[in-house]
Design a protein around this ligand. Structure first.
Ligand SMILES: Nc1ncnc2c1ncn2[C@@H]1O[C@H](COP(=O)(O)OP(=O)(O)O)[C@@H](O)[C@H]1O
Ligand SMILES: [Mg+2]
Length: 234
């Protein structure tokens, strides 16, 4: 193992993902190798169909690789049993998606509490902690609103609070601005990146938006399942 690898929270080596569609093989990822240091904010960019979501899903353990290896926190995730994989996802990761996937019958703060129930707080502490995350995303005035009473940007803030409340090491964020206007989208991405920096989270964020590059530490561009560039942002 190189010294670089020892400092990396995620080490992806010679990763391939091939989907079988009837008789056709779709090569979604071809020979991808990436080392991601802890607390790095990595943006993944590339045209539609280039393999961005596939990459996040493989790191997130919600899809299985065809070849290669993915080590997260020194653990090879492709060989984990489904029970261990579930534990890995619960302990290490949070996802933020384009569609906020909030529970419509729960208020903002209750949506956040839902992911914290694993942490086994009593009711009062649970509410207090959940409200801290609601405040962190600037939604203290809206904590008792239901998702239908919130704007798209506010819903995405709840989703971010919910993702952070699990206290994950890694945030996997897939096109978080897809449903938002330019200005709101930029606010959301800067919020995610600022909180990630101050809380030392590792972020892998998929976006199409070239204007958001300034929030990244590093940008990887994919095309047809291959890395065509991998640059630090200075
Ligand atoms: N479940 C699947 N079955 C078959 N092909 C898939 C599946 N998921 C993704 N693909 C294919 O893999 C390629 C990469 O898809 P994806 O990772 O979703 O791209 P992106 O997120 O960059 O738009 C595309 O050609 C897509 O059609
Ligand atoms: Mg995608």
């Amino acid at each position: 193992m190189s010294s670089n690898q020892a400092n990396s929270i995620i080490v992806i080596s010679n990763l391939r993902k091939t989907y079988q569609l009837g008789d056709v093989n779709v090569h979604a990822l071809n020979d991808i190798s990436i080392e991601i240091p802890s607390s790095q904010i990595l943006f993944v960019m590339g045209p539609s169909g280039s393999g961005k979501t596939t990459l996040l899903n493989l790191i997130g353990g919600i899809d299985s690789l065809s070849e290669g290896s993915i080590r997260v926190c020194n653990e090879e995730i492709s060989i984990l049993s489904s029970k261990k994989l579930t534990k890995y996802r619960k302990k290490r990761l949070s996802f933020v998606f384009q569609f906020y996937s909030l529970i419509p019958t729960l208020t903002a703060v209750e949506n956040v509490e839902l992911t914290m129930e694993l942490l086994k707080y009593n009711k009062k502490t649970l509410r207090k902690k959940a409200l801290e995350y609601i405040e962190l995303v600037g939604l203290e005035e809206r904590s008792s609103n239901f998702p239908s009473q919130l704007s798209g940007g506010e819903r995405q803030r709840v989703a971010i609070a919910r993702a952070l409340a699990k206290n994950p090491d890694i945030l996997l964020v897939d096109e978080p601005t897809g449903q938002l206007d330019q200005i709101t989208g930029e606010k959301i991405v800067s919020l995610i990146c600022n909180i990630a920096k101050s809380h030392k989270k590792t972020v892998i964020l998929v976006t199409h938006d070239e204007d958001l590059k300034k929030y990244a530490d590093r940008i990887i561009k994919l095309r047809s399942g291959s890395i065509i560039s991998d640059n630090l942002v200075l």
